[in-house]
Ligand binder design. Structure first.
Ligand code: DX5
Ligand code: ZN
Length: 223
């Protein structure tokens, strides 16, 4: 089943509740990009904003931490209302311990990989991950074009999961449009993050529906 996670990075930060309500009937999760100006060259939001928007929707929050030393902040994000917390493999020394800690807080544990990181970096933790996020752009900004070779990395993760006998969600993030999402789903992604395509559209819910139907067609072509 395809899940669509609109990224509020491209929403109006002065009207987050309004923009989230625009995708309420059709999105599966809300993707929240947390950036610290160190791990990535941009700064966004933290736990207080997440706590505030938590009151405005029942949709699960998929929190993507693009921050150094994520281990120092996990509890605060869980407490603020995250349902899944994704950390970058490149940002922490003890990834195994951190994923277990996220789960112990009653939150789904996700691991993300930058485009330059070999997929083998998660071979020894994929069995304790609820979600694997393959960045399809270099993280930090919305509105970039998908790096097409990252789709081969999605195929590698899907194969790795199958070989090990686990089935984490496989999420793609960056440059997702109806023109790219089908290939991503065909490669093995089941969870699609899209920011600018959704919140840059005149009708955000129609944009989510378009993405879903293109992704479903790609997933069918894979079978
Ligand atoms: C980029 C973020 C993405 C971003 C995607 O670092 O992780 O979630 O919002 O934006 P689009 O869909 O515009 O590429
Ligand atoms: Zn993201």
């Amino acid at each position: 089943m395809i899940k669509i996670a609109p990224s509020i990075l491209s929403a109006d930060f002065a009207n987050l509740a309004r923009d989230i309500s625009r995708v309420a009937g059709c999105a599966d999760m809300i993707h929240i990009d947390v950036m610290d100006g160190s791990f990535v060259p941009n700064i966004t939001i933290g736990p207080p904003v997440i706590r505030s928007i938590r009151k405005t929707t029942d949709l699960p929050f998929d929190v993507h931490l693009m921050i150094d030393r994520p281990e120092d902040h996990i509890a605060a994000f869980a407490d603020a209302g995250a349902n899944v917390i994704t950390v970058h493999a490149e940002a922490t020394r003890h990834l195994h311990r951190l994923l277990l800690r996220i789960r112990s807080l009653g939150v789904g544990a996700g691991v993300a990989l930058n485009p330059a990181t070999p997929v083998s970096a998660i071979e020894n933790v994929i069995d304790i991950a609820d979600l694997v996020l393959i960045m399809t752009v270099d993280p930090g900004f919305g509105g970039q074009a998908m790096i097409s070779r990252s789709l081969g990395r999605v195929v590698q993760v899907a194969e790795m999961a199958r070989t090990i006998g686990v089935s984490p969600d496989i999420e793609v993030d960056g440059g997702m449009t109806p023109g790219t999402v089908g290939e991503a789903a065909r490669a093995g992604a089941n969870t699609i993050v899209a920011g600018s395509f959704v919140f840059g559209a005149a009708d955000a819910s129609e944009a989510v529906r378009e993405l879903r139907s293109a992704a479903e067609a790609g997933a069918l072509a894979r079978e």
